[in-house]
Write a new protein. Sequence first.
Lengths: 343, 343
Amino acid sequence: MQASVTSGSTRTARSRRSARSTSTARGGIDLGGTKIEAVVVDSRNQVIGSSRQPTPTTGGPEAVAGQIVRAMTEAAEGAKLGPSRLHGVGVGSPGIIDVSTGAVSSARNLPDWEGSYELGAVLSEQLGTPVFVGNDVQVATDAEFKLGAGKPYKSLLGVFWGTGVGGGIILDGKPWLGRGGAGEIGHMVVKIDGARCPCGRRGCLEAYAGRGAMEARARRRVEKGHKTELFKLMEERGRTRLTSAVWARAVKHGDKLAVELIDNAVRALGAGIASAVNLLDVEAVVIGGGLGVRFGAPFAGRISKAMHPHLFHDESPPDVRVASLGDLGGAIGAALLARQARS
Amino acid sequence: MQASVTSGSTRTARSRRSARSTSTARGGIDLGGTKIEAVVVDSRNQVIGSSRQPTPTTGGPEAVAGQIVRAMTEAAEGAKLGPSRLHGVGVGSPGIIDVSTGAVSSARNLPDWEGSYELGAVLSEQLGTPVFVGNDVQVATDAEFKLGAGKPYKSLLGVFWGTGVGGGIILDGKPWLGRGGAGEIGHMVVKIDGARCPCGRRGCLEAYAGRGAMEARARRRVEKGHKTELFKLMEERGRTRLTSAVWARAVKHGDKLAVELIDNAVRALGAGIASAVNLLDVEAVVIGGGLGVRFGAPFAGRISKAMHPHLFHDESPPDVRVASLGDLGGAIGAALLARQARS
């Protein structure tokens, strides 16, 4: 995080020289801990090609960059283009982004990515088009604001409820990034001396609502002899993790442990989001992420209800909506970054 | 709170007609639940006259308006001016401010002030100069940002630790008001299912750190047989409330109950302010209010330390400073509102 951070993205000197864009199509990459989502969009932000690849679990940043190139090339082929003909590619990445160089550091969800890696420059070289790197959650928030559920509003909070709980902020029509590290709604404290969070701290919202934290809790409960269908459903689906689909199915079946943990998650989301709204008084909250999109409108309603007892101005609650761009929102948002590419 | 809220203040049509300013001095009023603080400042915002009056406990808004006029007249006399010669007067008020009319409603700390009262228009008529009404906490935050401890920063959070816990937000050099109700840091949830707050909700920061809530807790403890010097010190000072001075004295004496409650307050402030910083990533936190100013730098240090375990970006904590304008900050900030008066 640097004081020089002023916008969500940049492009490198190298990428500028190699730009030979001959179409108005842009590429977008959503770089996640488990999968890489690539899209090609046209000038109206409609998806005209896409690809999904697993995120490599070994090989470090180089392997991840190689897989991004594969995903982007495949998505471009789907749009009947070579990647070098794209009018720029945007990448939404976890970790700390240095937007002046396109470098990404401390991306702890990615393999062996503790140090800094010149992701933007490497991708630009390999793809033959300018590459812009931005924060994954902010990019997804921008997408919902400009193209999705946030379109009617000038101020909103994006809450991405998945493995972790991420947040993005739009104020007065513009992203608010702080000194580069704003939006950590998942690490707002909802319970002093509360549960241990995967981040190591105590009582964070994510300690109750993050899929990672919930899975760890479910595993501990099973070790203590609690009964649950969760892991049976996981195995039936050939998974090694409790995915959003597994949680949704278990809750639908009325699995007691799943219902309890999801209820706690909703209560924590209610308190944490209400705290953020008490501070910022935004017009709307857009709920996205794996669990947010999977559970959909009924749970947005439940979260809204759980916020209510904590809202200071409860006579004027914000609208609570589900992210409307779905799983591709992050990648479509990343493609928005590439609108900065010069013609 | 109205959608039309766009800035911190306004002036009424009536006040415009009655403007006959013949000096560059401006007036500022800090309207509090226990006292009314009035200042006159020169063009360099230096205080050249001041007055403090108790807030009437009966008589409703009319009595309060009358007392404001008395305080302002006395402060103007101190500056060797009649109030009508002031180049506008600003008022920082609790409650919900309609900045398009200068009306104040739901000012629950003030006597019989549940409905709406045309405070700006009434004062303008009686003082013979334009009157601008803004939110008390935001006005005090602006003052610290423009003239006080917040001067070096472009983004900050003002935290006013007194009877309640109020907050004001400056982002990118400008106040952030949301839909008119932003900054309620005192009602961020620090403990789900936690202590009852004076606002009626549960687990708010103010339930642990507000002087009102702490006094109520101390009284309940005494009823249960706990020993404390707090109420003896209060009586010695001829007070009926546990003032900031009483708390400070009791803590200095090592009074066990006082130390425990203040320790809890510091922990809650640490968690709540860290949550706000995790969300907004501001450069600085300015601690003001009766307790904040009374406890001063050593406690700003303690609050900063209590924030640390909860800060997501703990490698780059915000600066934590004590409000430097002291008790008159609210009134000086209110006088800034009057800079909008036309010459």
